[in-house]
Ligand binder design. Structure first.
Ligand SMILES: NC(=O)c1ccc[n+]([C@@H]2O[C@H](COP(=O)([O-])OP(=O)(O)OC[C@H]3O[C@@H](n4cnc5c(N)ncnc54)[C@H](OP(=O)(O)O)[C@@H]3O)[C@@H](O)[C@H]2O)c1
Length: 217
């Protein structure tokens, strides 16, 4: 017997990374609730991703988070704290997957980490101990997820509990990526910082979305 797939909310799910993850997860059979600051915008984004056999709906961010088993956060660093506050009531006891890279425009190719240490640690501190924050998907380009093409990139997955990391590794595999246990949430700073380096490599070498690959397996 196959275990039921969790329902996934994607908060900020109308954006580049959110729609890319939503499209692939929906195609893999997950039920998706897109979240937005504006419910109508989420409903429209869900309709745009609809297709045979896909289950997608839209709601405001708080309602989307409350409706799901696992919540993926895909919002800009500038609105990270405010949107965590919007969803806090609905995520107690749930895995919250933070994809946030704490970029500070305009110098996005420079590593500029927050005083909290990382976006992931800031999320855990903001949501409190009952939320199970796992950090992942920092190093995969959104436009690659939005396409149907194979993606050459690993996903480093950070979190306190191996079981929670495993649940997110399953999501990475569902979207066609290899997920790897990468240690506790404090380690997420490494993947967050790496994204600025990838942005710089894209510019310097005219790469269409550099990714990472862990070798030696
Ligand atoms: N893009 C990538 O390739 C990529 C890759 C890895 C990680 N990430 C990380 O994933 C997160 C989302 O990236 P993204 O490229 O998907 O972002 P985005 O498209 O610019 O924004 C995502 C969504 O966030 C919501 N939002 C909330 N506050 C906002 C604000 N002040 N300004 C603009 N939008 C706001 C918007 O949804 P509503 O208007 O519907 O509320 C928007 O659709 C970021 O933290 C980024 O660092 C991105």
């Amino acid at each position: 017997m196959t275990a039921a797939r969790p329902t996934i909310a994607i908060v900020g799910g109308t954006g580049a990374l959110g729609t890319g993850l939503a499209s692939r997860l929906a195609a893999a059979g997950y039920t998706i609730v897109l979240g937005s600051r504006t419910a109508d915008k989420a409903v429209a984004a869900a309709a745009a991703l609809a297709g045979p056999g896909r289950s997608l709906s839209g709601a405001d961010n708080a309602a989307a988070a409350a409706a799901a088993d696992i919540v993926i956060l895909t919002v800009p660093w500038a609105s990270h704290a405010a949107i965590l506050d919007e969803i806090a009531d609905g995520v107690a006891g749930k895995i919250v997957v933070d994809t946030t890279v704490p970029l500070v425009p305009p110098r996005v190719a420079r590593v500029q980490l927050p005083s909290t240490g990382s976006a992931a640690l800031a999320a855990q501190a903001r949501l409190g101990a009952s939320a199970r924050v796992v950090a992942a998907f920092h190093n995969v380009a959104a436009h690659k997820l939005q396409s149907d093409a194979a993606i050459d990139c690993d996903v480093l997955v950070f979190g306190e509990a191996a079981e929670d990391r495993g649940a997110v590794i399953a999501l990475a595999e569902a979207v066609g990526l290899r997920g790897l246990h990468a240690g506790p949430l404090a380690n997420a700073v490494a993947a967050e910082a790496l994204t600025s380096i990838l942005i710089g490599i894209n510019r310097t070498y005219k790469v269409d979305g550099a990714g990472i690959r862990i070798t030696g397996f």
